[in-house]
Design a protein around this ligand. Structure first.
Ligand code: SF4
Length: 362
């Protein structure tokens, strides 16, 4: 009975399309059909709350009003504007994609789902969002909100973390998207998941789909969607050597093989635990050819500890301030990539939020 009601393609769509105009939030990327602005908003909003992403969207559009402007910008400038959003590979991919659109597509985004998928860093979700919002193609978006709404309404128990489930959910969503208003349907189902059918406290009491919702009718709202747990995050212990000489601090650009590629941080020693004694700090400084300024070397109390959580890692970082009596030798700079930066230069560098937090407090 329930399934019959909601499996009619128009029933779910009609309910969502009626709900959407009365409840949706007025957000700037919903007022445009410019594929560049839509793409920008989608990249920024991945793994980011709307309230956090909104100022970044506005800042990026103000700094780079066109895809050409973004393509021309130095990567360092793009990363600096992105600072604080995390997942920096998104920013680097976004920059590359802008260059790809300019160089290979004459500055014009492909106008179909299939064409958009050929762009670097553009996956099925983003391609569907741009294809439907900018070009009116009837292809359904599938994000966490859509998975949840569909799993609950249709009583789907497939693990949404398993890649194999995507086909099942995509087929269902594609079955319901109306050819005449695909953009509205996609916006509506995502907004419905964000505001009404929320993860922890869905508003079932005032839900227009209550009578035809499998999970509500079977008392399984809290059990759906099924999502297997991600692996426990790895804990890493980082000891930053904040090498200072006069006004300057030594920083380096991070390489490709670890987190934060292209961002700047201090010389770092990674250990198996949280402790690194003063003697060991000194040994590392001497290995860099640094000489302590003994008048300033002693710091009262333990070095500051900051914790930072990434998607698969938990970082515990201690910051050991080291005052140097002279500049580091050129060989050490060449070997490590460290360079002395003035406070104004450091301000302009793109940095991981952990480093920005430390600098903000010290
Ligand atoms: S009744 Fe509850 S669980 Fe079902 S769609 Fe509505 S808000 Fe979601």
């Amino acid at each position: 009975m329930l399934a019959n009601l909601t499996r009619q393609p128009s029933v779910l769509a009609a309910a969502l399309l009626a709900w959407y105009p009365r409840h949706h939030r007025d957000l700037p990327w919903r007022r445009t059909r410019d594929p560049y602005a839509i793409w920008l908003s989608e990249v920024i909003l991945q793994q980011t709350r709307v309230a956090q992403g909104l100022p970044y969207y506005e800042a990026f559009l103000a700094a780079y009003p066109t895809v050409q402007a973004l393509a021309r910008a130095p990567e360092q400038e793009v990363l600096r504007l992105w600072q604080g959003l995390g997942y920096y590979s998104r920013a680097r991919n976004m920059h590359h994609t802008a260059q790809q659109v300019v160089q290979e597509y004459d500055g014009l985004f492909p106008t179909t789902y299939a064409g958009l998928l050929k762009l670097r860093g553009v996956g099925p979700y983003t391609a569907a969002a741009i294809a439907s919002f900018a070009f009116g193609e009837a292809v359904a978006v599938l994000d966490g909100n859509v998975y949840r709404v569909l799993a609950r309404i249709f009583g789907l128990h497939s693990d949404i973390a398993a890649p194999a489930s995507r086909k099942e959910f995509q087929a269902l969503a594609d079955q319901h998207i109306p050819a005449s208003t695909p953009a509205d349907f996609n916006q509506a189902i995502m907004e419905f998941g964000a505001l009404q059918c929320t993860p922890a406290r869905p508003d079932c009491l005032f839900c227009p789909l209550q009578h035809s919702c499998w999970a509500f009718q079977h008392g399984q709202v809290a059990l759906l969607p099924v999502k297997s747990k991600a692996k426990a995050a790895r804990v890493r212990y980082l000891h930053y050597l904040v090498l200072r000489h006069g006004e300057a601090m030594y920083l380096k650009k991070r390489g490709a093989k670890d987190i934060w590629q292209g961002l700047y941080d201090f010389a770092v020693v990674e250990t198996a635990g949280l402790k690194l004694g003063a003697a060991e700090v000194l040994r590392h400084v001497e290995a860099l050819g640094g000489r302590l300024d003994t008048r300033l070397a002693a710091e009262p109390g333990p070095p500051p500890l900051l914790k930072h959580v990434l998607s698969h890692q938990k970082l515990e970082a201690r910051f050991h301030t080291v005052w140097l009596a002279g500049a580091l030798p050129a060989t050490a700079l060449a070997d490590t990539g460290l360079r002395a930066y003035s406070p104004a230069e450091i301000e302009a560098l793109p940095k991981p939020q952990l480093i920005a937090n430390y600098l903000g407090k010290n």
